[in-house]
Design a protein around this ligand. Structure first.
Ligand code: GTP
Ligand code: MG
Length: 308
């Protein structure tokens, strides 16, 4: 390579951590697009979702992962497996914790034991530093987790909410990326089709408008997705989707009084899908009871949660 050729770096950075630590919020903020849904309920993310940040001399492929937790169902073990598996081949693992953490909980014990087996370097990312009060929480949190991570490569305080520390975080990441050509075409920003993103947006609205066990019992399947891009004779993007829940009581909760809740889920979903696709959307939304889907290998596959 002669001196005039700029050095290009490209690699994979996995974001891992317990549910709710803010992994998806961070990824969205880093790539500047909503690639992964966010909610205040744990176990929001159900797939390892890859998204791309292109810089002048680098490409970072982020892998958002499901929160690692003590799994109680086949759904849970599938999520934890997906997260742990993606760490293996990463150039860097960002372990996301929270600025307010003052003791190591059970979920983080689990993550620490996984990280002790991981060869990739680990960067401790202390998120939610906007909530830390005075200071950014970096020192106590680094002391808490730092010495338990054999391949610790540093610690950074950030806030996915305010954006604080994110430029510095990207800077730190670049040092771990190998020299090499981009892994993805420049126009790709997420490795999932529109149909997947639409089903996730619908699930996000279910999470937003439901509580207790309903969010964990819900899954969304898009059965029909006819976009004007593929069907030029259509003026609107037609989507038929079903929300699966485990019990009749949950179906009634999602329906709401005279169907008010499902209408609101549909309305919010439609607006957001219209915004990101640029098409007018007709959303035909159903709720069905499917007992035991969380324990069924076949259902997890059909719903796109179990992959590979
Ligand atoms: N105050 C504050 N809240 C945050 C920050 N980052 C994320 N949150 C909130 O934390 C909650 C969880 O965020 P997510 O991004 O869904 O967390 P996650 O780690 O992806 O969660 P799972 O997908 O369930 O593993 C949401 O209510 C976010 O709005 C932050 O920097 N500051
Ligand atoms: Mg998430």
């Amino acid at each position: 390579m002669d001196e005039t050729t700029p050095l290009f770096r490209a690699g994979t950075v996995v974001l891992a951590g317990r549910p709710n630590a803010g992994k998806s919020s961070l990824v969205n903020r880093l790539v500047g697009a909503k690639v992964s849904i966010v909610s205040d309920k744990p176990q929001t993310t159900r797939n390892a979702i890859r998204s791309v940040l292109n810089g002048p001399s680098y490409q970072i492929v982020f892998v958002d992962t499901p929160g690692i937790h003590e799994a109680k169902s086949k759904l849970g073990t599938t999520l934890v497996h997906a997260a742990a598996e993606s760490m293996d081949s990463a150039d860097l693992v960002c372990y996301i914790v929270e600025a307010g953490d003052r003791k190591v909980g059970g979920e983080d014990e689990e993550i620490l034991s996984i990280l002790s087996e991981v060869d990739s370097p680990v960067l401790l990312v202390v998120n939610k530093s906007d909530l830390a009060g005075r200071g950014d929480g970096l020192t106590p949190v680094r002391d808490l987790y730092g010495e338990r991570i054999p391949s610790l490569a540093g610690a950074v305080a950030v806030s996915a909410r305010t954006g604080q520390g994110l430029d510095a975080l990207v800077e730190r990441m670049l040092a771990f990326l190998p020299e090499g050509p981009p892994l993805y075409d420049e126009d790709i920003f997420v490795d999932r089709p529109e149909k997947f993103l639409a089903s996730e947006i619908i699930r996000e609205k279910v999470l937003l408008l439901s509580h207790q066990e309903v969010p964990h019992s819900a899954a969304v399947e898009v059965e029909d997705y006819k976009s004007p891009e593929e069907y030029p004779e259509r003026k609107v993007l037609y989507i038929r989707a079903t929300i699966y829940v485990e019990r009749e009581g949950q179906r009634r909760i999602l329906l709401g009084d005279k169907g008010a809740r499902i209408r609101e889920i549909g309305r919010l979903s439609r607006l957001e899908i219209e915004e990101f696709t640029g098409h007018r959307v007709y959303l035909d939304l159903w709720i069905k009871v499917r007992p035991g889907w969380k324990q069924s290998e076949a259902d997890l596959r059909r719903l796109g949660i179990r992959e590979g």
